[in-house]
Design a binder for this molecule. Sequence first.
Ligand code: PGA
Length: 318
Amino acid sequence: MAVASTSLASQLSGPKSISSYSGLRRSCSKLDHTQSLSLFQHLHSQLRLSSSSRKASRGIVAMAGTGKFFVGGNWKCNGTKDSISKLVSDLNSAKLEADVDVVVAPPFLYIDKVKNSLTDRIEISGQNSWVGKGGAFTGEISVEQLKDIGATWVILDTQKGGMSLEKMISFIGKKAAYALNEGLGVIACIGEKLEEREAGKTFDICFQQLKAFADAVHSWDDIVIAYEPVWAIGTGKVASPEQAQEVHVAVRDWLKKNVSPEVASKTRIIYGGSVNGGNSAELAKKEDIDGFLVGGASLKGPEFATIINSVTAKKVAA
Ligand code: PGA
């Protein structure tokens, strides 16, 4: 897995820059740039109105939602007994800011080992779960098994599994509902592919994926939404803070209109896609970025700690 190590500034200006991916603006195909911008500003101002009092009381000026900052590390299919022992030991000795929920998702094989050696300060997530009660499903892991081993979260990714979007959409909501009913928290991943962004379909795709979750679940109390543009995952092409913020605002607005203003305010919307220790603070400064889902950079304890501690970028003086 590629671990992006360049600074945000150099990524934005270098050959891997994604600042030219302007497709998202084209999602409002009937609007010209000025109209599209004013629509965005309108959404923005509506949302900001509802959160201003909380920001003042907590002295945090860069947070639109009311949820605690959340950082997840998805180790994916990485690690050996040795490298995981080292990672756990680095995480155990890291100094982490208090006001952040921290979760790691080791490969299933190593969850037990990690659970038994990692500080309780960090929770454990599965990287996937079966859609219902366990049984004769080769290669799957059930929610019951995850709970049995001490996991409290599961990552559910709309882009996983090579299924068509339609199939995945009907499946993912059921998975989420089952996991939530059984008491796991769900990290619900949404995000567009590059060709979808370039075709101006970013919002449409994200809203479709959100709807798959919204139609199936009864409560949003234990759901964290991870916006993970597929083109930014493991590629070193991080979304600019503005690109991420733009989608996060749209997601919060969608929740406000389609679920409730309360859910829109309290649901954490985290960003994932080539987040690293060099770009997390700039991303965290954006009001609607409530944390991160980190892949490659979560495999290095000190760098993951830097990303967790980027919550301090939100606490700029009022
Ligand atoms: P990345 O992965 O940080 O390696 O891009 C992100 C993710 O898939 O959660």
